[in-house]
Design a protein around this ligand. Structure first.
Ligand SMILES: *Cc1c(COP(=O)(O)O)cnc(C)c1O
Length: 469
C-alpha cells in the first residue's frame, strides 16, 4: 500500500511540542484570562508542523472519488457533472455574505434570483408556484404531503389519511407519508415494471373517500416511463385525491415533457440532482415544491427563510447556462446514454425488464448465475478499475439489483470504457471468480464487513499515540 496516500491519522503524526506557527510576544499588555477560567492541562490536539498538515489533508482528499475524477453511474442519484461556473456564481461575495436577517431592501438581487428561478421551474414543470423552503428531496415530499393535507382539511375533508405508493417507489415516499401521519397503501407493479392500473382501481373503489394522494415517480424507479398517467390521474382526481409527483429524478423529463401537463398537482424537485449541485457527500440540497394554481395557499411553514440559497443559485446558473434551446437536450441525451449502456451489456447481465428505459435501468446481477459472483462482488470489483459502483440492491423488486444511471454528460468513450470493464468483470466471474469475490484489491481499504460496521460501530479513536515524541 502506498503509505503516502493511506497513512496515518493526524493524531499519529503528532509530535509533542511541535508547532506550526509562532506568534510575536505580546508587548502591548492587555487582558489576562482569569486563572480559574484557564485550563490546567493542554487540550488533546495534534501537534504538527504546517507542511505535515497540508500534506496530510491534501493526500486524504486524493482518496475522494467524485464526478470530477471518474465515472459515477450511481442510479437514482443523478451524479451529473457540476459546471464550475455554478460554483463561481454561488461564491460571489454579494451572495455569499448575505445574512438571512438583513433588511429586505438590501437583498433585492437575491429576491430576484428566487423569483426568476421560480419562473424557470414553473415553465419546466407546468406548475404555477414553488416554495423553496425544503432542504432536500425527502423534505420536499413531506412539505408536499402537508400541503395536500392542508388542502383536504380546508375542505373539511378530514377522513383522507391514506397515500397510495407503488411498490417500486423510492424508500423516502412511504417514509414521508408516515412522518406526515398518513397511512401508506401499496399499489402493485405489473410484470413490465409499471403501475398495475387494475390493482389501483380496486384500491380506489374500496378506499376512495380515504385517499389523500397518490405518489408517483415518472420515469419510475426502474427507469421506465409510466404510460398510464392520464388514466391514473383521472382515477385519483375522481375519488377526490391529489396527484403527487416525486421529481427527484426530473433529469429525463427536462425539456421533454412536464408533470403539470400529465395531471400532477404537487411535486418536488431535487435541485442538487437535476440542476447540478455537488451532492456526493450527502448535501447540501434543496427540494423546492411546486403546485397547481390555488394550492400555494396551503404551503406549510417547514423552515425559516428560503432553504439552501446557494443551491438555488447554482440551479439558476445551470439553467441560464443551458438556456431554453439546450435544456431540451438533457432528457434525451440522458436517455440515449442509459439505453446505450443497457443494450451493450444485456447479453452478460440479467435485464429483467427489457425495452426502452429512460435515464437509468436495473440489471438483476450477472446473467450466468452459476459463478456465485453477486452484485456486491461486481460493485466492489468496479472500484479496482477506477469506477464508482452503481446503486446496488435497490430497488427491492429484484434480488441482485444493480442500477446504472450514466447521465447526459458522459462521452461515448467514457461509456465504452465502462462497458468494457463491466464485460471484463463478467468474464472474470467465470475464469477467476475468487478475484472478483475478494475485491477490491487496489483501494486503501479492502472488503469491509458491513454487517459488523453496522452492528458494532467504533466511532471513537483511542488516543494512545498522542504523546509520542
Ligand atoms: C434521491 C431521491 C429522493 C430523496 O431525495 P433526498 O434529497 O436524498 O432527500 C426521493 N425520491 C427519489 C426518486 C430519489 O431518487
Amino acid at each position: 500500500m502506498n503509505n503516502r496516500l493511506y497513512g496515518n491519522l493526524i493524531f499519529e503524526l503528532s509530535r509533542k511540542g511541535r508547532k506550526g506557527y509562532s506568534l510575536p510576544k505580546n508587548r502591548m499588555g492587555g487582558y489576562e484570562i482569569p486563572s480559574m477560567m484557564r485550563r490546567t492541562t493542554d487540550a488533546a490536539l495534534p501537534e504538527c508542523d504546517e507542511l505535515t498538515v497540508v500534506r496530510h489533508y491534501t493526500n486524504l482528499s486524493l482518496n475522494n472519488f467524485g464526478v470530477d475524477n471518474g465515472f459515477y453511474p450511481l442510479g437514482s442519484c443523478t451524479m451529473k457533472y457540476n459546471p464550475k461556473i455554478n460554483e463561481e456564481m454561488a461564491a460571489l461575495p454579494s451572495f455569499l455574505y448575505l445574512h438571512p436577517e438583513q433588511p429586505t431592501e438590501t437583498v433585492k438581487g437575491a429576491e430576484a434570483v428566487v423569483t426568476l428561478l421560480e419562473r424557470s421551474l414553473c415553465s419546466l414543470t407546468g406548475l404555477a408556484h414553488f416554495t423553496f423552503k425544503p432542504y432536500a428531496g425527502a423534505h420536499g415530499e413531506l412539505t408536499g404531503l402537508m400541503t395536500i393535507d392542508n388542502y383536504h382539511r380546508s375542505h373539511n375533508d378530514m377522513g383522507r389519511k391514506k397515500v397510495i405508493v407503488p411498490d417500486s417507489a423510492h424508500g423516502t415516499n412511504p417514509a414521508s407519508a408516515a412522518v406526515c401521519g398518513l397511512e401508506v397503501v401499496e399499489v402493485k407493479s405489473m410484470a413490465d415494471g409499471t403501475v398495475d392500473v387494475e390493482d389501483l382501481k380496486r384500491i380506489v373503489s374500496e378506499q376512495g373517500t380515504e385517499i389523500s394522494a397518490m405518489m408517483m415517480t415518472n420515469p419510475n424507479t426502474l427507469g421506465l416511463f409510466e404510460k398510464s398517467i392520464p388514466e391514473i390521474a383521472s382515477l385519483i382526481h375522481t375519488c377526490g385525491g391529489l396527484m403527487y409527483y416525486d421529481g427527484a429524478n426530473l433529469n429525463p423529463m427536462l425539456g421533454t415533457c412536464r408533470p403539470g401537463d400529465m395531471g400532477f398537482d404537487v411535486m418536488h424537485i431535487n435541485l442538487h440532482k437535476t440542476f447540478s449541485t455537488p451532492h456526493g457527500g450527502g448535501g447540501p440540497g434543496a427540494g423546492p415544491v411546486g403546485v397547481r394554481e390555488g394550492l400555494q395557499d396551503f404551503f406549510p411553514v417547514v423552515s425559516p427563510y428560503h432553504g439552501n440559497f446557494s443551491v438555488m443559485l447554482r440551479a439558476y446558473a445551470y439553467i441560464l447556462t443551458l438556456g431554453r434551446e439546450h435544456v431540451k437536450e438533457v432528457g434525451s441525451l440522458a436517455t440515449l446514454n442509459a439505453n446505450y449502456v443497457k443494450e451493450s451489456l444485456k447479453d452478460v447481465y440479467e435485464l429483467p425488464i427489457d425495452g426502452l428505459c429512460c435515464h437509468e435501468f436495473v440489471f438483476d446481477g450477472l446473467k450466468d448465475k452459476s459463478t456465485g459472483v453477486t452484485t456486491m462482488d461486481v460493485a466492489k470489483r468496479l472500484l479496482d478499475y477506477g469506477y464508482h459502483a452503481p446503486t446496488i440492491y435497490f430497488p427491492l423488486l429484484f434480488h441482485e439489483s444493480l442500477m446504472v444511471e450514466p447521465t447526459e454528460n458522459e462521452s461515448k468513450e467514457t461509456l465504452d470504457g465502462f462497458i468494457a470493464v463491466m464485460r471484463r468483470i463478467a468474464e472474470e466471474a467465470k475464469t477467476t471468480p475468487d478475484e472478483v469475490k475478494s475485491a477490491p484489491h487496489l483501494t486503501p481499504i479492502g472488503r469491509v464487513d458491513d454487517v459488523l460496521a453496522a452492528k458494532h460501530p467504533i466511532v471513537t479513536y483511542q488516543q494512545l499515540l498522542h504523546d509520542k515524541d
